[in-house]
Design a binder for this molecule. Structure first.
Ligand SMILES: Nc1nc2c(c(=O)[nH]1)N[C@H]1C(S)=C(S)[C@@H](COP(=O)(O)OP(=O)(O)OC[C@H]3O[C@@H](n4cnc5c(=O)[nH]c(N)nc54)[C@H](O)[C@@H]3O)O[C@H]1N2
Ligand SMILES: Nc1nc2c(c(=O)[nH]1)N[C@H]1C(S)=C(S)[C@@H](COP(=O)(O)OP(=O)(O)OC[C@H]3O[C@@H](n4cnc5c(=O)[nH]c(N)nc54)[C@H](O)[C@@H]3O)O[C@H]1N2
Ligand code: SF4
Ligand SMILES: [Mo]
Length: 701
């Protein structure tokens, strides 16, 4: 019998990218666990453990595929890598010569492994790189930038020293990053208080000292009332605010009308409870974190909800202090050299972006982009046409609202390429599928993680690919070679890593023992409590003065009450389950067994009034009266009566996904016209500004 060997690598089942160790026997993975050298100490979530099932899964594209029937017909021809890459390279050359480099669009899921992709797009000369962020964290990202000058990726929540954590629309114990959930779990054991503000009783709510079941869409009123109370009752950290903030007087005047009594009427939470929370927070300040949220593409005011959450932490003195929100360190902040970037191999394109980021939207981050605007340009040709689109590790058809509208725009393309390891609605609609090896059978570029202890980490190839699939760098290299971008044609992973490490004093052997290299021994906290932030003033900008100077729009935006659903309607509300990642684990044999479909959470009083009961199957209709499929009702007192909650990612309609096919409801089908429903404060989509109705299923249907 062959002995077991262990490879340290990086989980790829979600974007948290936990450090893992993989035990391998007889060329197969037999066990995956959290890297013992890391803070995970062996721990992993259910999805991480189900990585072996993904590897062994045969319901996935097994070789490059070229579309032979109409788009979306599912008629494919299996081809060799040379044929597929030749096809894509020729089509890209045609776009370049006929419509210019700016006609090529790229989107991906962002994160630490994207530098090579960015270099490829720079090499082509296109400025049009977008991420999934418009449907995820863009509002929080821009909100943090408007107050603190740095973005979401640099935020470090110092849970270890925090004394009161507030989670508002943030479900840390189900919408997981294992290290973060463990850090919060440990903090709670050590006495940290937890307040959860949610529209339903999540697992995080079950662990809370205070749980506020808030009326959906009214969080902004709640936060303004907390700010009002902190200021009015002088509960804020006066020295800290005087030294480190600008805009206090303007903020004070703005929040004046937003009393706890006002918020109580909006949110359905008593004024006394709001005042009590403000006092509780002030008593433990400055070791307080009001989490600014993650999935914040929910409402027309989600940018303001995230912005006011940072303001509350700031008023309590919790910025850049132990136990609060810190600006994570880059290698250079602690005197170390960073990785050499692939994107430095080519100059940044000077052409204007198709989505207006940097011009019309001067404040918005070009590293994220506004994907829905790029998609609109496919159809309108304005400000210029987009003709080729590479969706890399991204399923825009399933993750953006209104799949029909997205597909209609995609129809205007000359080329749609999907690079993916699983089937997805976008892959199904593509002209070419380039199948990526699963994360256990590919290596990735070395990645840098900022934080109190910055780190480099590497994904090693634990196994050889089971099918005719390739690693990212092999696919980029193959395209680069054909397009004359020789600098990106790396012949081995070793060559790729050597390039990145050239000025760090490290070699890839330094990663062998643990899979990562810590760049300092001890956590690096700021040396002084005098802040030097990357804002225009260098201070915390309470009214977003620097942001406003660029956009010309005040950030003191009045609260607008959300619409109340009609008597037969519910506001659609989304979230995650700890057992699935978005839309790409529903067909995983182990996870499908644990959670085969989503259910619709509704309040029993609403169900009863409409004649429905717990466990009944109902059809869910969008506001245009179209059916998105059917699901089972889960009646619980633990949800606000206005809301219908479902876990995102189900309702797959691809027959090639044998386990996921036809199970549950796809949320994006419920968002008709949703590509045009946005929060232009932060640029994110408003996926919960939509209502749905329920219909009884006819017997036998
Ligand atoms: N209605 C509704 N819509 C939503 C949400 C919601 O709650 N409700 N949530 C939103 C949120 S927060 C997000 S982040 C998005 C997620 O939306 P997406 O980013 O589109 O979701 P995923 O399913 O994670 O990944 C998309 C595709 O990438 C492939 N993939 C995954 N990992 C990798 C990888 O490492 N490399 C490559 N090449 N491919 C990979 C998968 O096979 C999958 O087909 O959806 C958003 N859309
Ligand atoms: N298991 C698992 N973990 C994941 C992911 C995954 O797919 N699966 N995806 C990762 C990604 S990309 C993201 S963006 C994060 C998302 O992380 P989170 O944003 O924390 O996750 P969600 O479950 O989308 O939403 C959190 C909570 O917001 C609540 N909520 C909805 N509407 C409102 C409202 O109006 N007010 C308030 N106060 N609460 C509301 C929901 O009920 C839900 O419990 O999770 C990450 N981690
Ligand atoms: S949270 Fe779970 S699925 Fe995501 S990277 Fe970590 S172990 Fe993998
Ligand atoms: Mo997300």
């Amino acid at each position: 019998m062959e002995s077991t060997r262990t490879v340290n690598s990086v989980c790829g089942m979600c974007s948290a990218r936990c450090p893992i160790s993989v035990d391998i026997r007889n060329d197969s993975a037999c066990w995956i666990y959290g890297n013992l050298h890391s803070s995970l100490q062996g721990a992993l979530c259910a999805r991480g453990a189900a990585g072996i099932a993904l590897e062994e899964e045969s319901d996935r594209p097994q070789s490059p595929l070229l579309r032979v029937g109409p788009r979306g017909s599912g008629q494919w021809q299996a081809v060799s890598w040379d044929e597929a890459l030749d096809y894509v390279a020729e089509a890209l050359k045609k776009s370049l010569s006929t419509h210019g480099p700016q006609s090529i669009l790229w989107s991906d899921r962002d994160g630490p492994f994207t530098d090579l992709y960015r270099a490829f797009m720079r090499g082509l000369g296109s400025p049009n790189v977008c991420t999934h962020s418009v449907s995820c964290d863009l509002n929080a990202h821009h909100a943090i930038q408007s107050v603190l000058g740095f973005g979401r990726g640099k935020v470090m929540n110092d849970y270890a020293h925090c004394k009161h954590l507030v989670l508002q629309a943030r479900n840390i114990f189900e919408a997981l990053s294992v290290a973060e959930a463990r850090a919060v779990g440990k903090a709670l054991k050590n006495g940290c208080r937890l307040t959860v503000i949610d529209v339903r009783a999540s697992i995080s709510a079950a662990k809370a000292d205070n749980f506020f079941c808030i009326r959906p869409g009214t969080d902004y009123a709640f936060n303004l009332a907390i700010i009002h109370t902190l200021i009015n009752e002088k509960l804020y950290q006066q020295d800290f605010v005087a030294r480190n903030t600008v805009g206090f007087d303007e903020l004070t005047a703005f929040v004046k009308p937003y009393t706890p009594a006002f918020a109580a009427r909006e949110c359905g939470i008593s004024a006394e409870a709001i005042i009590h929370l403000a006092h509780e927070l002030a008593a433990l300040a400055p070791q307080v974190i009001w989490h600014p949220g993650w999935m914040t593409s929910r409402y027309a005011n989600s940018f303001q909800v995230a912005r006011t959450s940072i303001l509350i932490t700031a008023l309590l003195g919790g910025i850049n202090v132990k136990g609060g929100i810190l600006q994570g360190n880059d290698p250079k902040d602690i005197g170390r050299s960073g990785l050499t970037k692939f994107s430095d191999l080519y100059p940044a394109p000077k052409l204007e972006r198709v989505d207006g980021v940097g011009t019309q939207h001067a404040n918005f981050d070009a590293a994220k982009g506004l994907l829905y605007k790029a998609i609109a340009a496919m159809e309108s040709g304005q400000p210029y046409p987009i003709k080729a689109y590479l969706a890399w590790r991204h399923d825009p058809v399933q993750s953006l609202p209104d799949p029909q509208a997205v597909k209609q725009a995609l129809d205007a393309l000359d080329l749609l390429v999907s690079v993916t390891f699983s089937w997805s609605d976008t892959a199904w609609y593509a002209d070419v599928i380039l199948p990526l090896s699963s994360y256990l059978s590919r290596e990735s570029i070395i990645a840098a993680k900022g934080g109190l202890k910055p780190q480099f980490f590497v994904r090693q190839r634990a196994l050889e690919p089971r099918y005719d699939t390739r690693a990212d760098w092999e696919i980029i290299g193959g395209l680069a070679r054909r397009l004359g971008l020789d600098k990106l044609d790396f012949t081995s992973a070793q060559a790729l890593w050597d390039y990145q490490l050239q000025s760090t004093g490290l070699t890839v052997e330094d990663f062998a023992a643990t899979g990562f290299v810590d760049l300092c021994e001890q956590p690096h906290y700021p040396a002084s409590d005098m802040l030097h932030l990357p804002t225009a003033s260098g201070k915390i900008e309470l009214t977003g003065s620097g942001w406003q100077a660029k956009s010309g729009q005040s950030l003191c935006v009045p609260y607008v009450a959300p619409e109340t659903p009609a008597a037969d309607a519910f506001r659609i509300v989304f979230g995650r389950s700890a057992l699935h990642t978005h839309g790409h684990t529903m067909n995983n044999p182990l996870l499908a067994e644990q959670m085969p479909e989503n259910v619709g959470w509704v309040h029993p009083s609403r169900a009863a009034a409409l004649g429905f009961s717990h466990g009944q199957r109902v059809r869910v209709l969008n506001a245009c009266g179209e059916s998105a499929g059917d699901l089972q009702l889960y009646c619980t007192e633990g949800i606000h009566p206005e809301a219908l909650f479902m876990v995102h990612g189900f309702g797959h309609k691809l027959t090639c996904e044998s386990r996921a096919y036809g199970k549950g409801v796809a949320g994006n089908m419920l968002l008709c016209g949703g590509l045009d429903v946005q929060d232009m404060g932060g640029g994110g989509l408003s996926l919960q500004q939509h209502f749905v109705t329920l219909q009884a299923m006819e017997t036998g249907s």
